[in-house]
Write a protein that binds this ligand. Structure first.
Ligand code: F6R
Length: 261
């Protein structure tokens, strides 16, 4: 049972799903490996994009960075290349960005999104929204409010993709974030900075702050997929899906969402 919550290397997913059901407060689905799980999510996103296309509507996607969504993005790119999946009706809002950090720097989430998704599909550049890390301090508050308002004015996010940090963060809503938090500047937990150290070539280069959508912003999405691949996430996943709702583990706030997986 050591690997009970490891979504990557569970051998008998059905059997374990049955055993876990009695504890879980967030519905979970287990996959043999990250690729199968990512394909499943990419398929759902593609179906949603196509459904909106048939109705002549735009779809609003909330996107994450980091290692968790990488295979979802590569699968979406494959569908674009091989199955004519178009992103022409897609509007995206990314969860977060380090602060301060120039969007052109390769460690930035702006750079990440171009590299792993946007440069490879037919999304309209004006439809891409990613928080900027190079604002002046005076600009940040009104920028965050505008980001939040823009999502609301477009009718909210249809699908939100999430990873989970080892602190229990979603987006960069670190421990202490409240259920009604909105897009804002936050201070990063030291564990989060340590986890990012490799990307920045040393913890001393990891910014201390970030701009992130709030917990409330995330919870307003109509449908949410949270991904966790690998043994190192097992402990925090267990606490997020079994524990009581608490600001100490912001991912627990997903428990009340009507359509989260
Ligand atoms: C990234 C984000 C973070 C990550 C989380 C997990 O945009 O909002 O919450 O999803 O830190 O990161 P990985 O996937 O690299 O383990």
């Amino acid at each position: 049972m050591k690997l009970k919550y490891d979504l990557r290397i569970i051998r008998h997913p059905k059997e374990l799903t049955y055993q876990i059901k009695s504890y879980e407060k967030i519905p979970i689905e287990l996959f043999d490996n990250a690729f199968d799980g990512s394909k499943h999510i990419a398929f759902r996103i593609a179906e949603a994009i196509k459904e909106k296309q048939r109705n002549g509507e735009m779809i609003k996607l909330g996107l994450a960075t980091g290692s968790s969504p990488l295979k979802v993005y590569s699968e979406l790119i494959r569908m674009y290349n091989q199955e004519n999946l178009s992103f022409s009706n897609v509007i995206t809002f990314n969860l977060d960005e380090y602060y301060p950090l120039d969007p052109k720097q390769q460690e930035s989430y702006n750079h990440f999104m171009n590299q792993y998704l946007f440069d490879h599909v037919d999304i309209v550049p004006e439809n891409i929204n990613i928080p900027l890390g190079n604002l002046s301090l005076e600009e940040v508050d009104s920028y965050c409010k505008d980001y939040e308002d823009k999502i609301d004015h477009l009718g909210g996010l249809d699908i939100q993709l999430l990873g989970i940090g080892r602190t229990g963060h979603i987006g960069f809503n670190e421990p202490g974030s409240t259920i009604n938090s909105k897009t804002r500047m936050v201070r990063l937990d030291n564990l989060t900075r340590r986890d990012a150290a490799q990307d920045f070539n040393g913890i001393e280069n990891v910014p201390y702050k970030a701009i992130t959508m709030g917990v409330e912003t995330i919870l307003k999405a109509k449908e949410i997929y949270i991904m966790a691949w690998g043994q190192h996430k097992a402990d925090i996943v267990k606490r997020a899906i079994e524990g009581n709702q608490t600001s100490d583990i912001p991912a627990t706030f997903l428990q009340d969402h009507p359509k989260v997986k």
